[in-house]
Design a protein around this ligand. Structure first.
Ligand SMILES: [Zn+2]
Length: 229
């Protein structure tokens, strides 16, 4: 049985009582945030009489104390051509900045549910998805690269942000990004994927020793700056 909910009186993940279905209390759980400020926000929301006297790093709060629309049970991924597909997450995650607000079997004044934003769960998911799309669009719109020199400057400024398996090589007319992998059996590093961004902002991608079709890189052209060949 996974760890038990730390909210006093909640039976999230407790053993079933005699006569109850074995999984009656089985529920998704979330750890207290590591960030002290966020952890304080959680603790502040849990009524004092339901709060454990000591909160340790491995203590959790169960799903029952969060608005269902902010417990994200699926994930949307985007294909290179810009289309998307959604699948169920193995383990749900909380929306950013979410805090526990629901405490069942307690006086209503101890629960502080957020005002309902929409009626059906599907509508709520649509609201969250629309918000994510809006954030992505804002990020794409604000993260425009004007030309090769601008791109080159940003790459040199942010090269330390690249995961260390990626290498960026800058030349006057070309920036080459290379993803290095180590084949354990041979101990010989290999190039898994590489991108070339040329001075006229056209992009080439190579993997598995072949050049990818331009249609697979259409998403790079969002800003209109990059051209894909
Ligand atoms: Zn609970």
């Amino acid at each position: 049985m996974p760890r038990k909910c730390s909210v006093i009186g909640c039976r999230g993940n407790y053993e079933a009582r005699k006569g109850e279905h074995a999984d009656v209390n089985k529920v998704s759980v979330f750890r207290f945030p590591k960030d002290e400020c966020r952890k304080e926000q959680w603790l502040h929301r849990i009524p004092e009489e339901l709060r454990s006297s000591e909160i340790t790093d491995d203590m959790i709060v169960c799903k029952k104390h969060f608005e269902s629309c902010f417990v994200i049970c699926d994930m949307t991924c985007y294909r290179p051509d810009g289309s998307s597909f959604t699948f169920a997450r193995g383990i749900p995650v909380l929306a950013p900045d979410e805090v526990p607000t629901l405490f069942h079997n307690t006086p209503s004044y101890l629960s502080t549910p957020l005002p309902p934003k929409s009626k059906a769960p599907s509508d709520r998911r649509a609201v969250v998805a629309a918000r994510d799309d809006k954030r992505l669009k804002e990020w794409l719109d604000s993260d425009c690269i004007t030309d090769f020199d601008d791109f080159s400057t940003r790459v040199s400024e942010k090269s330390t942000d690249l995961p260390n398996v990626w290498i960026a090589l800058t030349k006057d007319d070309l920036i080459l990004f290379v993803l290095i992998i180590n084949i354990v059996s041979s101990l010989v590093p290999s190039i898994a994927v590489s991108f070339k961004v040329w001075h006229d902002m056209h992009v080439e991608r190579f993997d598995e020793e072949r050049q990818r079709n331009s249609s697979e890189l259409a998403w790079l052209s969002h800003s209109g700056t990059a051209r894909v060949y």
